[in-house]
Design a protein around this ligand. Structure first.
Ligand code: M6R
Length: 364
């Protein structure tokens, strides 16, 4: 049941800290802080290329994964939505790694992508939440997210659990390829292990997030901006808002704004910036200046240092705990999902069973 929570989605949002912790504890040795994955039937050091395929939120987790694999492991990587990937039918060199990400393990297009990857002689690894699923059965190896059943149609805890698995897999690949040493590995896993406590702190910021939800509930369109490994979190925020509140939203790479969407900006279109401190912060900050100069109503999600820098232009600021830029997507996913939840509650939509949607999309 949903206990004392109003909706399954609310309950599942509050499970983020435990689920991230459980998923990490299966993959990180607490003593050495090294990633210890189950034995895989292929050699991570020998893989020439990674191909990620998934749908919806799982695809956004895959996009963050691609970023981690490229930046950390220096492994060439591609990611595409399964419904495009399977018909695009790209030629692949034998021996690459095909990676599927799916909560249910039953999504029709992702399953078809899996079969395509197998036909192209890729090693097939799936990250699924249901170990008895079709994808798990048809894969060479499975890394399980330990999210428990997810009832709300909007994915919440399964998404952060996917990120936790992908982060560990990218670290293990980086180590296997000699791209990082043991000290860097321990620092990276430490940054992940800090997330559950920080996530619990974010869930305490419910009242602040409700204040932002009151603004969004009046909007017809909302723009979410992010960069680097937080660009997919902007996509996730926009998808979640569309899905459960029926407000039109778009996730955009902050640097693309001036190539078109800036024309939309006026005081009626809230601009949500997902912008933790880090190497890309200044770039996003200047994009936000441009939006503010055109009357945009800027809502900032950042840490104390980032928030201080943007206070002059922000209509609202949500100050999140400090986090290593590597692990930021795990933390920043939580307030954007919580925000969509509160907007939907204010609008009185059916949060757990949004119109026209199914939990598992088993037709293409
Ligand atoms: O079961 P899957 O992870 O394969 O599902 C993929 C998408 O259908 C799913 O993430 C969908 O986008 C969610 N409803 C998003 O909240």
């Amino acid at each position: 049941g949903r206990g004392n929570y109003r909706h399954f989605m609310e309950k599942e949002l509050h499970e983020h800290p435990a689920v991230i912790g459980d998923t990490l504890h299966r993959m990180v040795d607490p003593g050495t802080r090294a990633v210890a994955l189950p034995k895989l039937p292929f050699d991570l050091a020998a893989i020439p290329r990674l191909t990620v395929s998934a749908c919806g939120s799982a695809f956004y987790a895959g996009l963050v994964g691609r970023w981690w694999f490229e930046t950390l492991a220096r492994l060439p990587a591609d990611a595409d939505v399964a419904s495009e990937f399977r018909y695009r039918a790209p030629p692949l060199t034998e021996g690459g790694l095909g990676l599927l990400v799916s909560q249910s393990g039953e999504t029709a297009d992702t399953l078809a992508a899996l079969r395509y990857l197998r036909a192209e002689r890729q090693h097939v690894l799936s990250v699924v939440n249901v170990p008895e699923s079709s994808m798990a059965r048809e894969s060479d190896a499975v890394l399980e997210t330990v999210a428990g059943p997810e009832i709300g149609v909007a994915s919440t805890k399964a998404f952060t659990a996917q990120l936790a698995v992908l982060a560990c897999l990218a670290i293990a690949t980086a180590r296997a390829r000699g791209a990082i040493d043991a000290a860097r590995e321990a620092a990276l896993t430490a940054s992940l292990l800090e997330i559950p406590a920080r996530a619990a702190a974010v869930l305490e910021q419910d009242a602040e997030i409700q204040r932002v939800a009151a603004i969004l509930a009046e909007a017809r369109d909302v723009l979410y901006l992010g960069r680097g490994n937080c660009f997919p979190i902007a996509l996730e925020g926009a998808l979640k808002l569309k899905e459960i509140s029926y407000i039109h939203a778009e996730g955009y790479a902050a640097g693309e704004m001036k190539h078109g969407p800036i024309a939309l900006i006026d005081p009626a279109v809230p601009v949500i910036a997902i912008t933790p401190s880090g190497p890309l912060f200044d770039k996003t900050a200047s994009n936000l200046q441009e939006a503010a100069a055109r009357g945009g109503r800027i809502i900032v999600f950042s840490d104390a240092a980032g928030a201080a820098r943007l206070r002059g232009i922000a209509a609202e600021t949500i100050v999140l705990p400090d986090v290593d830029p590597f692990a930021a997507p795990l933390l920043y996913a939580i307030p954007v999902q919580l925000l969509a939840y509160h907007v939907a509650v204010r609008k009185g939509t059916d949060v757990d069973q949004p119109r026209n949607l199914a939990k598992s999309v088993t037709v293409e």
